[in-house]
Design a binder for this molecule. Structure first.
Ligand code: ADP
Ligand code: MG
Length: 248
């Protein structure tokens, strides 16, 4: 297994104008293997979004290091960060973050439009995703005219279309009912299998976590136990619930 990302002794501190400080995450260590679905489970305020924002190059590192494909992120300059956000990372948000004024298709192809890709490339990439994501029926509708599950499918498409090295998903099922949540996680697993995409999902949902290959528990900014998938998903789910209940 190829290690593609390593987080070493990462600490993120937020400073306010008044001089007070707040720890986002504290002395975090973990690594990601290529093609893995990695779940980070923790309660609200435990540091999940802080961690994802750092991996996604949306915030800067206060202490420690993140090594992404053998490059130290502390040595990134502004253009490296820009390239990282644009080319390396696909981001899926809890509230979908689709643009209301664009159709579902326009939303999905937006990352390529912004990269000034030619129309042939855009169409070819879009076609590759169309059947897979089952979006043909609503591709010309605006986001407010489709369901939450369909919006989240479009959000996967938007994250996937630029073939990122890693997809980061911040509580992606938080706004979905249980049916759509299950379809979402199935789709993520299909994406992972078909495109061999590495996925990091942060969640406080134990069922979502039980579909990951590795699960790390985060509490008060610190990573505690890290466990790996068992042969039976139910057993893995039970184990996750047990640890998460203790953490809480
Ligand atoms: P989670 O995503 O698990 O709910 P966060 O990463 O958003 O947690 O927050 C972790 C901690 O960092 C919390 O105590 C939160 O209040 C604090 N925090 C997050 N973002 C900021 C910020 N921009 N400024 C100050 N404190 C922040
Ligand atoms: Mg959060």
């Amino acid at each position: 297994m190829t290690e593609i990302l390593r987080v070493e002794n990462l600490t993120i501190t937020y400073y306010s104008h008044s001089g007070s400080s707040q720890i986002g995450v504290k002395n975090i260590n973990f690594s990601l293997n290529e093609g893995e679905i990695y779940g980070i489970v923790g309660e609200s305020g435990s540091g999940k979004s802080t961690l994802l924002k750092i991996l996604g190059g949306m915030d800067s590192i206060s202490e420690g290091e993140v090594i992404f494909f053998e490059k130290k992120m502390t040595s990134f300059d502004e253009s490296d960060y820009e390239r990282h956000r644009r080319d390396d990372i696909g981001y899926i948000f809890q509230d979908f973050n689709l643009l209301d004024g664009l159709t579902i298709k326009e939303n999905i192809i937006l990352p390529l439009t912004l990269q000034n890709c030619g129309p042939e490339i855009i169409e070819a990439r879009y076609k590759k995703l169309l059947d897979f994501l089952d979006i043909k029926d609503f591709e010309n509708r605006k986001p407010d005219k489709v369901s939450g599950g369909e919006q989240q499918r479009a959000a996967i498409g938007r994250a996937l279309i630029k073939s990122p090295k890693v997809i980061l998903a911040d509580e992606p099922t938080g706004s979905l009912d249980s049916g759509n949540m299950k379809s979402f996680i199935e789709l993520v697993k299909n994406v992972n299998q078909r495109f061999h995409t590495t996925v990091v999902i942060v969640t406080h949902d134990t069922f979502v976590a039980s579909n990951c290959d590795t699960v790390a528990f985060i509490e008060d900014g610190c990573i505690g136990e890290i466990i790996h998938k068992s042969d039976f998903q139910e057993d893995f789910h039970d184990k996750i619930i047990k640890i998460f209940t203790q953490v809480r």
